[in-house]
Design a protein around this ligand. Sequence first.
Ligand code: 1GP
Length: 248
Amino acid sequence: MINKRYNYLLDVKSKKGAGFLCLIDPDNQPTAESLKLAKKCATSGADTILVGGSLMIKDNFNETVSLLKDELDIPIIVFPGIFNFVSPDADAILLLSMMSSRNPQLLIGEQVRAAPLIKQYGVESIPTGYFLVQSNSYTSVQFMSQSNPIPRNKADIAISHALAAQYLGMKLVFFDGGSGAKLSVPTDLIKSVSAEIDIPLMIGGGIRSPEVAREKVEAGADFIVIGTAFEEDNSNNLIKEFAEAIHK
Ligand code: 1GP
């Protein structure tokens, strides 16, 4: 049970070159629509469904996780945005420390709140160093966390943060422009960071085309997260194109 989903992700990476994760934000559509979208993602090549968002203002988070878990064969992993909320039915949680922030609540406070629930529910925890990257947009995650993103052109800052995550024992580094970001995490930054770290690198935020997703993988991203693009166009064809671009 320990590390089961983390090992699954590593396996996906080693067999397919990179992993394709679809993000469902239960705030953005009714639960039935979330299920429809998640099913399309699963049948069109996604390796995992992430469920989460920055606000969670609707009371349908657990219901959504539970429904997706019942209906889909791929793992359902909680991606809590900033506030670490836990669902008893999730396969795992990306237990985030928002390491680009200097806000103790996001560095350790939220984890302390979540830890007893993780134990009680027996949910697998995937310790994740989370970094907001400048994206030319004031995203919900930036507003809610009130933290400075990593500058786009400062590879040394990005590398130092990612290495700190690695040496603190994080199993994953997540560089995120934020949901709906105008600009995705710079390809050069991905290249610089991936060359220096030994743990997997997840990239998300503002990736709107399969070509851009592929570019990120070629630069060294191990996992790609797509959310907004499928809220805008959830045709099976587009999702399949993303899957092919990320996996090839
Ligand atoms: C947001 O990385 C995720 O935290 C996904 O971003 O919605 O822009 O695809 P998008």
